[in-house]
Design a protein around this ligand. Structure first.
Ligand SMILES: *[C@@H]1O[C@H](CO)[C@@H](O)[C@H](O)[C@H]1NC(C)=O
Ligand SMILES: *[C@@H]1O[C@H](CO)[C@@H](O)[C@H](O)[C@H]1NC(C)=O
Ligand SMILES: *[C@@H]1O[C@H](CO)[C@@H](O)[C@H](O)[C@H]1NC(C)=O
Ligand SMILES: *[C@@H]1O[C@H](CO)[C@@H](O)[C@H](O)[C@H]1NC(C)=O
Ligand SMILES: *[C@@H]1O[C@H](CO)[C@@H](O)[C@H](O)[C@H]1NC(C)=O
Ligand SMILES: *[C@@H]1O[C@H](CO)[C@@H](O)[C@H](O)[C@H]1NC(C)=O
Ligand SMILES: *[C@@H]1O[C@H](CO)[C@@H](O)[C@H](O)[C@H]1NC(C)=O
Ligand SMILES: *[C@@H]1O[C@H](CO)[C@@H](O)[C@H](O)[C@H]1NC(C)=O
Ligand SMILES: *[C@@H]1O[C@H](CO)[C@@H](O)[C@H](O)[C@H]1NC(C)=O
Ligand SMILES: *[C@@H]1O[C@H](CO)[C@@H](O)[C@H](O)[C@H]1NC(C)=O
Ligand SMILES: *[C@@H]1O[C@H](CO)[C@@H](O)[C@H](O)[C@H]1NC(C)=O
Length: 539
């Protein structure tokens, strides 16, 4: 360069100046950091006294004139101006402004000062990306619990920024995520509930200390673990039926939709899952379906169905009670959904009167089965119709029970008498068999008075109108609606604690009766015990 053509005088001066600066610089070099678009002032040395003639140069391949305190020399660019104590003021910094600057002061002697200007830029924005998440309408991100969530953050600045992630869980302090300050991306392999919170990416320019941060809220969602449960409840005032659907354990609360099946007519949707239905909306057998949907996706099994049913009743149509005795009427409700309330009424008089528990009446209910016990039966007070009524919002059912109150009698009625005669005849036949059978004869001998047990054949005639086995409820329950004569012979043979039973049904058919007797006879042959007891009873 020095070999170039004749250089103008200022240039030679400058060249010398630069050479001079080389040794001055060692002791008085200042460093200044500015940011693009900002203003910066470069001091010409650190001297507070009045200044001499000051000229500013930019060091390039060769010094470039910028500005002089000689006002007759215009600045190289309008961005340059003289500030306090002849400092160089630069407006609207550019990246290209970075470099070495020299100021020359001419006073008693010429002095050179050098300033190193660094221009920083940014960061002004961060690119945050959180993957495998969904986005709520308000911009908040959510991830499914247990999934992998990848975070990345990038930002540009000059010089390149330091990027950090910070995490803040609700109600806790903000904490740095990981130790590596340079880590701008990381992944949570199985995101859990305690990792829900605000994630902040901070990018920092270490030269200018300028920071830029972006906070992203991440919610960790999970669906309920099991299937929805639904049931129906009657409102306290018995005015409405409440369909209730619960699908617990998810976050956020799932949406629950009640529909009418079939058809899928929508009744209502909410997070509560409660739907009230008026009586007119209910009919026997109607089905309702609750469909649960969670933001993480609707599973096909996320539903439950309930069916409302009016009650069905099961009861004996007729009961008998002896005067002064007790009788229990039973009423069994089945199929009612929701559960029915059960009432006992009498309809001897109109209108029907609800029976309350008292000394005379004892009402007890176990589940959907109710019993009414009438104590000390009296003929004119207690005989007649009783009504068992079961009611839910879907429907009402009633069943009538006819109660017969009788004087206690062992034998009564024409039918009873005929049965007695029949049994008497049977007795005679038995006696004949008794004496014709050698085995039985042996038995007959054994059945002597010396033994504790008498050889007594007990014949008890029985018929639908005679209840003598109040204590034997099982027998009693089956005896009432028989229309034809039905005589059962039950022989119990007690032998070493074992019981053999032979039952013969006699329907006025001699052949059958004969068969029955044959069975009786056969069994008797097998007898080896001392005791023979025969008993005829109703079945
Ligand atoms: C830079 O200086 C100019 C003039 O002095 C002023 O108008 C402007 O606001 C300044 N800019 C900043 C960023 O300070
Ligand atoms: C000049 O700079 C030095 C160190 O950089 C400092 O100690 C001194 O106070 C400064 N003088 C003035 C007048 O600013
Ligand atoms: C200021 O600059 C003008 C023009 O270059 C020059 O004539 C004048 O001598 C200078 N003044 C001083 C004090 O250097
Ligand atoms: C110049 O100095 C004055 C007072 O010392 C100060 O208020 C002003 O900001 C300074 N100007 C610049 C451009 O540094
Ligand atoms: C400024 O000067 C130093 C030596 O003093 C040099 O290392 C550096 O590269 C220079 N800067 C520029 C931008 O030229
Ligand atoms: C400059 O010269 C004046 C008088 O000529 C003197 O008083 C002053 O101390 C000198 N300054 C320096 C820095 O030498
Ligand atoms: C966005 O909506 C969700 C759910 O409604 C809420 O939890 C979150 O706080 C909201 N975020 C903001 C920033 O409003
Ligand atoms: C997360 O940031 C949102 C606003 O950006 C704020 O409403 C919420 O409270 C913050 N949550 C936490 C846990 O700091
Ligand atoms: C009827 O029931 C009452 C109380 O349960 C009992 O004291 C009484 O002995 C019963 N009467 C008969 C005849 O079983
Ligand atoms: C009892 O009620 C039933 C059904 O409501 C009715 O058919 C019957 O006639 C009533 N009986 C009497 C005695 O009121
Ligand atoms: C049973 O009822 C009759 C009248 O119906 C009464 O005279 C008698 O005292 C009652 N017996 C008991 C134990 O309550």
């Amino acid at each position: 360069m020095a070999a170039g053509g004749p250089a103008p005088e200022p240039r030679i001066l400058l060249w010398l100046g630069v050479l001079l600066a080389r040794w001055v610089a060692a002791e008085s070099e200042a460093a200044v950091v500015g940011e693009v678009h900002e203003n910066v002032s470069l001091q010409c040395g650190n001297i507070s006294r009045p200044r001499g003639l000051v000229t500013w140069y930019r060091e390039d391949v060769e010094p470039v004139f910028l500005l002089s305190s000689n006002s007759s020399l215009p600045p190289a660019e309008p961005r340059f101006s003289l500030g306090n104590a002849s400092s160089l003021h630069i407006e609207g910094l550019r990246l290209q402004d970075e470099g070495n600057y020299t100021c020359r002061e001419v006073l008693n002697e010429t002095q050179w000062f050098r300033v190193c200007l660094q221009v920083a830029s940014g960061p002004y924005q961060n690119e945050v990306n959180i993957s495998a998440t969904g986005k709520l309408p308000n911009g908040t991100l959510y991830a499914a619990r247990g999934t992998q969530v990848a975070f990345s953050c990038s930002s540009s600045s000059r010089p390149p920024p330091v990027v950090e992630w910070w995490f803040r869980a609700p109600d806790s302090r903000i904490e740095p995520f990981g130790n590596n300050l340079a880590a701008s991306s990381f992944a949570l392999l199985q995101v859990s509930q305690n990792l829900q919170g605000n994630y902040t990416c901070v990018a920092m320019n270490m030269l200018s200390s300028r920071r830029h941060e972006v906070t992203t809220e991440l919610l960790v969602y999970y669906p309920p673990p099991s299937s929805p449960q639904c049931w129906a409840e009657t409102s306290p005032g018995w005015t409405t039926l409440q369909l209730i659907c619960h699908w617990d354990g998810g976050y956020p609360e799932p949406h629950l939709l009640w529909t009418e099946e079939p058809g899928g007519v929508v009744l209502g949707e909410s997070t509560l899952g409660v739907q009230s239905l008026k009586r007119f909306q209910l009919s026997n057998g109607k089905k309702f379906k609750c469909l649960g949907s969670h933001i993480l996706g609707t599973k096909s099994e996320a539903s439950c169905v309930l069916q409302i049913r009016s009650p069905s009743l099961l009861s004996d149509p007729m009961k008998t009670c002896l005067v002064g005795g007790n009788v229990t009427l039973t009423c069994q409700v089945s199929d009612a959904y929701p559960s029915a309330k059960i009432l006992w009424l009498r309809n001897l008089t109109q209108p029907k009167v609800t029976i309350e528990s008292s000394d005379h009446y004892i009402i007890s209910q176990h589940g959907q089965s109710s019993t009414l016990t009438i104590r000390n039966c009296s003929q004119h007070l207690d005989g007649g119709y009783y009504v068992c009524r079961a009611e839910n919002l879907v429907g009402i059912r009633e069943v009538d029970i006819w109660l017969i109150v009788k004087e206690p009698l062992s034998i009564g009625g024409v039918v009873g008498t005929s049965v007695s005669l029949l049994l008497l005849a049977l007795g005679i036949i038995s006696v004949l068999v008794f004496y014709h059978n050698p085995v039985f004869c042996r038995k007959g001998r054994n059945l002597s008075r010396e033994e504790d047990n008498g050889d007594v054949m007990v014949l008890v005639d029985s018929e639908e109108e005679e209840e003598e086995e109040k204590e034997d409820a099982a027998v009693e329950d089956r005896e009432e609606e028989e229309e034809h004569k039905r005589v059962a012979l039950r022989k119990e043979t007690v032998r070493h604690g074992h019981i053999h039973q032979v039952t013969a049904l006699v329907n006025g058919n001699l052949e059958q009766m004969g068969n029955g007797l044959q069975a009786l006879e056969d069994d008797l042959r097998e007898l080896q015990s001392d005791v023979v007891q025969e008993e005829g009873g109703p079945v």
